[in-house]
Design a protein around this ligand. Structure first.
Ligand code: UDP
Length: 501
């Protein structure tokens, strides 16, 4: 039988590890299920590519290529603006080189199999315009939830209909009117870009959302059984939606599982802990806490009496995502010594409460890892029984595919919305209460939620464990042959195959 012709597509991401990693995982799955595809991933870059992304490149299949666009120097971006703004401006500054790259891939003279479609990150949706100019099919690959996509697609309408700040609304927001089964969101839980409508951040997002009209469809990193309400509501709004997830890093694979920080000793430490006894604590690839909050968290974990494995990052009193665009988190770890007894390590952890390291060591209660850990491997380990997470969508999905219940501690971006979905919608996590909005979570409250989640006798924790187990099974079914996400991906493939024929 003749081999089907090669179909070549381009996939464009943004300069942020978690988005790049998600797109690479998606591409790997596409190539695994549909081997006649070839994918060229194009990554705009600020300064230098993230170390964590570089460490994933060695494990890519031969039909997956990665091109880094010429880097945008950091000093060309406004220094004090939030990472979300810097990322979007970096993408805009990269448009000329992106256009060149796509034109070259499209040209029949320079490639034996010119690209026929472009798949773009929502924050790189300038690529949709270029795709139209080049007469290519174009999709958005949406790494977060369908609920967040619903918000983005409905933002131009919400902007017209609501005149005050969203955070001042007295009633929770129905993202799509009349869709009562969708979770509603209080204004302060909307993404950080929406918290100040006079900000550049809001304006950039709004302009971006208006550009989604150009897309031929949306590939969303979720699965039908988990977000049925949002998915069907968007389909009723006539958006062409393909729930193809959960696309998540897997503990058995390479990538972040064996990337920076894998020698930290924490997996070895997990090996000697009882089943489901350890709470894993991490705030993603760049989340940071204030000094006061780091102190309360340390004392709260200790007070809970539960075992924990904490990926500690130096505090920042200025912003919750101070480390997001920096490579420090990973390069730190390449020459890192996580030996809790070493003077170097103690010096680097001086911001922790006095005597904390010594106490948790003598009680054998905890393990501290500096800045970066092999998260996917930790979550898939049998000793891990809970995840205190910042609710980044990749982290949330990694927890779901491993069946690990969560403590939702959102920091920035759309993480508050994810926290609402996880705790109020899916009911697979607990959310500690802070003192006021953006206030500090006190140690007693931390100890309470940790116990409620981890202790076997706790009714709330038992219910959460049951529901996340059901969700884990649902995720597995969706990704199997004949499962909802596998079928949705086949529909995308069919659209691309039939394009132009
Ligand atoms: N990650 C990791 N080790 C760490 C911190 C993060 O491997 O110490 C990975 C994690 O597994 C996930 C990604 O980085 O795949 C974080 O993505 P997420 O969307 O959760 O959050 P973000 O980094 O965008 O805030």
């Amino acid at each position: 039988m003749d081999k089907p012709p090669i179909i070549h597509i381009a996939a464009v991401s943004i300069p942020a590890f978690s988005h790049q990693a998600s797109l690479l995982e998606f591409s790997k799955r596409l190539l695994h299920l549909h081997p006649h595809f070839h994918v060229t991933c194009i990554f705009p870059t600020v300064g230098s590519p993230p170390d964590a992304t570089i460490s994933t490149l060695h494990s890519l299949p031969p039909s997956l290529h990665v091109t880094f666009l010429p880097p945008i120097p950091k000093h060309h971006l406004p220094q004090h603006s939030p990472p979300a703004v810097q990322i979007q401006l970096a993408v805009s500054l990269s448009v000329p080189s992106l256009r060149n790259a796509l034109e070259t891939l499209r040209s029949t003279s320079s490639s034996s199999s010119p690209i026929v479609a472009v798949i773009a990150d929502p924050f790189a949706n300038e690529a949709l315009e270029i795709a139209k100019e080049l007469d290519l099919l174009s999709f958005v690959y949406f790494p977060p939830s369908a609920m967040t996509l619903a918000l983005f697609l409905n933002l131009p309408r919400l902007d017209r209909e609501i005149s005050c700040e969203y955070r001042d609304l007295k009633e929770p927001i129905h993202i799509i009117p009349g869709e009562s089964s969708m979770v509603t969101i209080n204004g302060p839980d909307l993404p950080e870009h929406l918290q100040d409508r006079s900000s550049l951040s809001y304006d950039l997002l709004l302009q971006r959302c208006k550009r989604f009209d150009l897309a031929d469809g949306f590939l969303v990193n979720t699965f039908f059984e988990m977000e049925e309400a949002a998915i069907t509501a968007l389909q009723r709004q006539r958006f062409s939606l393909f729930p193809i997830g959960p696309i998540a890093q897997s503990g058995s694979e390479t990538g972040s599982g064996s990337g920076p920080g894998s020698g930290s000793g924490c997996v070895e430490w997990l090996e000697i802990q009882p089943p489901r006894s350890v709470l894993y604590v991490s705030f993603g690839s760049g989340g940071t806490l204030s000094e006061e909050q780091v102190n309360e968290l340390a004392l709260g974990l200790e007070l809970s009496g539960q075992k924990f494995l904490w990926v500690v990052r130096a505090p920042s009193n200025e912003s919750a995502n101070a480390a997001y665009l920096s490579n420090e988190k990973q390069s730190n770890n390449n020459n890192n010594n996580n030996d809790i007894d070493s003077d170097n390590f103690k010096d680097s952890m001086q911001f922790l409460p006095s005597g904390f390291l010594e106490r948790i060591r003598s009680k054998r209660q905890g393990m501290i890892v500096s800045s970066w850990a092999p998260q996917a491997r930790i979550l898939s380990h049998n000793s891990t029984g809970g995840f205190l997470t910042h609710c980044g969508w990749n982290s949330s999905l990694e927890s779901i595919v491993c069946g690990v219940p969560m403590i939702a501690w959102p920091l920035f971006a759309e993480q508050r919305m994810n926290a609402v979905l996880l705790t109020e919608g899916l009911k697979v996590g607990l959310r500690p209460k802070a003192e006021g909005i953006n206030g500090v979570v006190r140690k007693e409250e931390i100890a309470r939620v940790v116990r409620d989640l981890m202790e076997d006798g706790e009714e709330e924790g038992n219910g959460i464990r049951r529901r996340i187990e059901e969700l884990r099974e649902g995720a597995g079914c969706a990704m199997r042959e004949g499962g909802s996400s596998t079928k949705a991906l086949s529909q995308v493939v069919e659209r691309i195959e039939n394009f132009g024929s």
